[in-house]
Design a protein around this ligand. Sequence first.
Ligand code: RIB
Ligand code: CA
Length: 320
Amino acid sequence: MNPIPVIMDVDTGIDDAMSLLFAVRHPGIELRAVTCVAGNTGVDQVAANTRYVLDAAGAPDIPVARGSARPMLVPPADASHVHGADGLGGFSRPSDRRMSPLPAVELLRRELMGAVGTGERITLVPSAPLTNIALLLRTHPEVAAGIERIIFMGGSASGGNATAAAEFNIWHDPEAAAIALTAAGDLDIPVTMYGLDVFNDVVVTRDEAAALRSGLDPAAQLAGSLIRFACDIFGQDEATIGDAGTVCAVVDPDGLTTQRFGVRVELGNGFARGQTLVDRRTWTGDHKADPHSTKPTMIDVALAVDGRRYADLWLTTIGG
Ligand code: RIB
Ligand code: CA
């Protein structure tokens, strides 16, 4: 089969790094571009981390572009308590890889319109706040013709991590998430939500991480070190590959169980801000009586994942 063309939007990030390493190494993915956004750490650090991870993976000259340095409305709030001060568990190193001269939205537009020109459709894999994606879809709706599907890490049908209600990527920029999902619905772009309902179910053990670190491959060594860092942060003997589950789903969609629901994002300033409200109601009478006029975007919400299947896929891809 021809490799699937993919563009990733990241806030590298321990698990964004695990996702990038997989995307570069798996023969079923052709990574066309990577765009960076503020999230786990500042956007310039995200860009530095991303370029270093691509170096470790031995990636070809894949364009990397800088995107939004902050959410649409509220100030950025990093996740250094999870990803470390540099966003990469202290493993970030300088890279000679150059940044694209284009801002993220323009790089995305050019790559996606290029795909339209060649009759291709690119799978967009955001694993970060959706600020860049919201700006892209509302500024250049024409790119929809070049998008096969958006598979994003974010949201949850069952409680949050950044807050009791909201998952970090959505909580960081709820307005962007609402805009991106509404625009995707308006533009009929298929969307898969890889949220907290599956995020923590694909885990790798300390021993498996040690095996990765024991080799001479810089990508495997980095991956093993990141898993060990995550185990130490959470005081566990195993750690999730997090964002990397999205790219596993690109090459092995049968490992994921999804169901189609209407999804809205809570934008109020209360305890539920940033919650993804997954509408599980099935009776049309409820929907007809619903006082909320805004039509939710219909999204394929991941409800279950074969964790061992994706963990083994990730380990064999990174471990060689
Ligand atoms: O909630 C988990 C998400 O927030 C992941 O994408 C992680 O990298 C952080 O960005
Ligand atoms: Ca991320």
